[in-house]
Design a protein around this ligand. Structure first.
Ligand code: AMP
Ligand code: AMP
Length: 342
């Protein structure tokens, strides 16, 4: 638990100035909160220009986010974590934060460790790509991954042990996951689970725009022959999608199963707030889950002010960023802030 006591209504919402901060801070302002951005001098301008930050606390590098902690505590700020909290801070730094932090930090252990993540997904009864323990076992197309939220950087593709060795030589270190490459279409499903009302919502969905895999099909195979093209998965943008409606009930069920399993792994609260299941859907209409993110993902940036799903549910603008602020507001109004922060 955080060390601060809070004065109701004086709580501010804060985040680090990158990734989905515009959306988070805009959502907070729409819900009536004062906002604080922790940013580098270069980025402060951005958040001021968009008028989403009432105040900026400047640091020289995002790796030094914790230097802003005392100032955030003084301001009764609730910090909303996003993908950059993974990229710039270690798991330990995230967990050691004493400022009020939206979400359950204990679940981060299960998200950040690929082995633990597989255990979690399996426990939830979700379908996962086959994992290979050793390169000698590779008998089908695989994707080789390194640790951490790196936006698909440094992944490579290997159909056999020889291609695996070639990739390892190129990147100069041993990868951590050898995973079956699922031939299908990516669907990243954005959820929100409220631990105040025990309700799960589908917020929106995206697919990533990844270079160069998303453009290889533009060059006919015949022209590719003889050219050394390595598929790469570096994310540079996001594209909105909606799911065939007959698959939607299953998508909701997958989110519910994940939440239920998380409560068993990290009792009593488990996972709550925004999260994302990264799936690949095959021609058999089967979802294969490649990863879970236990926080807001950048694909939700597409859905300010809303998505087709939140438009139907809310009848007022509702992004994931705003939904987080709404939850914090509901918690304050019900005198239950402690339940949503760690
Ligand atoms: P950045 O603020 O662009 O440096 O990104 C911080 C972290 O978030 C990095 O690990 C990125 O790979 C990840 N990230 C940023 N934008 C996206 C996106 N649109 N989709 C997925 N990951 C992202
Ligand atoms: P990740 O960092 O795990 O989200 O993966 C980044 C990208 O790699 C995804 O957006 C997919 O395009 C691709 N990818 C990852 N794992 C798989 C898989 N098992 N099968 C097919 N594509 C994958």
């Amino acid at each position: 638990m955080s060390e601060v006591s809070f004065v109701e209504n004086k709580v501010k919402i804060a985040t680090m100035g990158s990734h989905s901060a515009l959306q988070i801070l805009k959502g907070a302002k729409d819900e009536g909160f004062e906002t604080v951005v922790v940013s580098t001098p270069k980025n402060t301008r951005l958040y001021k220009a968009f008028a989403v930050a009432d105040e900026a606390i400047e640091i020289q590098s995002y790796n030094n986010f914790r230097q802003a902690e005392e100032e955030l505590i003084k301001r009764n700020a609730v910090v909303v974590p996003h993908g950059s909290f993974n990229a710039y801070l270690s798991l330990e730094e995230n967990k050691k934060m004493r400022v009020m932090y939206y979400g359950n930090k204990e679940i981060l252990d299960w998200e950040s460790d690929r082995m633990k993540q597989s255990t979690w997904l399996e426990k939830a009864g979700l379908r996962l790509p086959k994992q290979f323990r050793d390169a000698s076992e590779i008998d089908r197309p695989t994707i080789i991954k390194y640790y951490g939220a790196r936006g698909g950087k440094g992944y490579f593709f290997a159909k056999n042990e020889r291609e695996f060795e070639k990739g390892v030589a190129k990147f100069g270190r041993m990868p951590l996951v050898i995973q079956e490459y699922i031939i299908g279409v990516p669907f990243f499903i954005h959820y929100f689970y409220s631990n105040l009302s025990n309700e799960l919502e589908i917020m929106s969905m995206d697919k990533r725009y990844e270079t160069n895999v998303d453009s290889l099909g533009r060059i006919p195979l015949k022209q590719q022959e003889g050219v050394e093209i390595e598929p790469s998965f570096v994310v540079v943008g996001n594209i909105p999608v909606t799911l065939r409606e007959s698959l939607l009930a299953e998508a909701i069920e997958m989110g519910e199963k994940l939440v239920k399993a998380s409560k068993e792994l990290v009792p009593p609260k488990g996972l709550y707030g925004p999260f994302c299941l990264e799936t690949i859907i095959t021609p058999e209409e089967e979802f294969h889950v490649i990863e879970v993110s236990a926080r807001i993902v950048a694909g939700t940036n597409l859905f300010v002010p809303n998505s087709p799903y939140t438009a139907i549910k809310y009848g007022e603008p509702m992004s994931t960023g705003r939904r987080i602020a709404r939850e914090i507001r509901n918690a304050l109004e019900q005198g239950r802030l402690e339940e949503v922060i760690t």
